[in-house]
Ligand binder design. Structure first.
Ligand code: PMP
Length: 397
């Protein structure tokens, strides 16, 4: 954390950020970039015992609809679970299988990442790390950014986001409207490259006084938001009865937090992880051979490193998803179920279909988490011209 007596104006902060973002990194002037050592789930191996979760946070309830809420933040999380009986029919799934979709697009900011944006901020406030007027900087594929920007707008923090070019203009404009400054980085940059979104966030944090990177890739509040809330919601909605949970992985916080709680409460539950082709999160690593580290179009999932908050020991079976099948599945979900879901939801649904096939599932209840909203992709997979320009087929199931 940088500290300085005088609080800079928003214009002064922006001027520093603009200058850093425009200047190619020069080690002799700026010193080395202190990349965190994201080395898989090292902080989770010992279980939750050593973590801040010991003090625990009660599950947040949504205000009753016949009352008045204090702010939009009261509507983060507490998302519906919807029976996907039309998809079941369209995909000709086994009769004994029931598939339920947890629809995170109903959260206030439209994604599962609202939960961690708010949780990381509130934890930093509680610990005294974050003070009024401070600056939040976060490298993100967009949805954590939206969550942080929404909470920042309401609570009065300046937010600066670094985001690869690949991510949609819809996310960019949403964050700008919340008052944030966004800096784009090359999609091809590896995470430790000096022009990556992670490197730029670290350089900005060094240059801007009273600024913090809450760091979703290693912040325990990322998985804990899901351990304390998302998983509890799933258990309540299912009356404690489910057999499989299918979760896509970006930082892996959603997967780790939900999987840990579910495995504690429902020991027989099997966790299916979904990793896009091009990413290297899946185990065994040979699953990642096809198109290893090649770029792909689905946003928000997959990485070229193993985030600290991803505990891959939680996953019983990994499925790889491809762009074309993910978008086809997303468009099918919209058309058949009337659900306004995003592209990685298509990947998650591909995960359901492939898990049924690969594991020979003939009965049981499968819960699949749908991370975000079609809103983020109106000019992308929702647009027939964009689909055609990428060579993706338009037909649905
Ligand atoms: N889907 C989308 C669209 C996302 O933005 C994210 C977050 N990067 C995920 C899935 C995966 O969530 P997590 O980071 O918790 O693994």
């Amino acid at each position: 954390m940088q500290s300085e007596a005088r609080q800079l104006s928003l214009e002064e902060i922006k001027a520093i950020a603009d200058r850093v973002a425009k200047t190619p990194y020069n080690e002799s002037e700026e010193g080395p970039i202190a990349f965190p050592d994201y080395n898989g789930a090292s902080i989770w191996k010992g279980g939750f015992g050593d973590l801040p979760h010991k003090v625990g946070l009660p599950r947040k309830e949504r205000p009753a609809m016949d009352t008045i809420a204090d702010s939009a933040l009261d509507f983060v999380g507490n998302t519906p679970m919807i029976r996907l009986s039309r998809m079941h029919k369209a995909l000709d799934m086994p009769e004994g299988v029931e598939v339920l979709g947890k629809a995170e697009y109903y959260s206030a900011g439209g994604s599962v990442k609202d939960r961690i944006g708010l949780r990381m901020i509130e934890d930093a406030e509680r610990s005294g790390q974050l003070k009024p007027g401070d600056v939040l900087i976060e490298p993100t594929s967009g949805n954590t950014g939206v969550g942080l920007c929404m909470a920042g707008a309401i609570k009065g923090y300046k937010v600066i986001i670094t985001m690869p070019m690949k991510m949609s203009g819809e996310k960019l404009n949403m964050m700008k409207a919340f008052g944030a400054d966004i800096y784009r980085t090359p999609t091809e940059a590896g995470w430790r490259d000096t022009d990556s979104h992670i490197a730029l966030a670290l350089r900005l944090q060094k240059a801007i006084p009273n600024s913090h990177i809450l760091d979703q890739y290693k912040n325990p509040n990322n998985p804990l938001a899901h351990y304390d809330n998302t998983a509890e919601e799933i258990l309540q909605q299912c009356g404690g009865s489910l057999d499989y949970c299918v979760l896509s992985a970006g930082t892996g916080g959603t997967l780790t937090g939900i999987a840990r709680k579910l495995k504690e409460k429902v020991p027989h539950v099997k966790i299916v992880g979904v990793d896009p082709q091009g990413s290297i999160l899946a185990v065994p690593d040979s699953l990642n051979d096809e198109d290893r580290l090649k770029s792909y179009q689905v946003e928000g999932i997959g990485y070229d490193f193993i985030p600290t908050v991803l505990d891959r020991d939680m996953v019983d079976h990994w499925v790889k998803s491809k762009d074309a099948e993910s978008f086809k599945m997303a468009r099918t979900l919209i058309k058949r179920e009337g659900m306004m879901i995003g592209g990685s939801c298509g990947s998650a649904m591909v995960g359901v279909a492939k898990a049924i096939e690969q594991l020979g599932i003939t009965k049981g209840r499968i819960v699949v988490l749908f991370p975000d909203h079609t809103r983020n992709y109106m000019s992308k997979f929702l647009d027939d011209d964009w689909m055609a320009s990428k060579g993706f087929p338009l037909e649905t199931f």
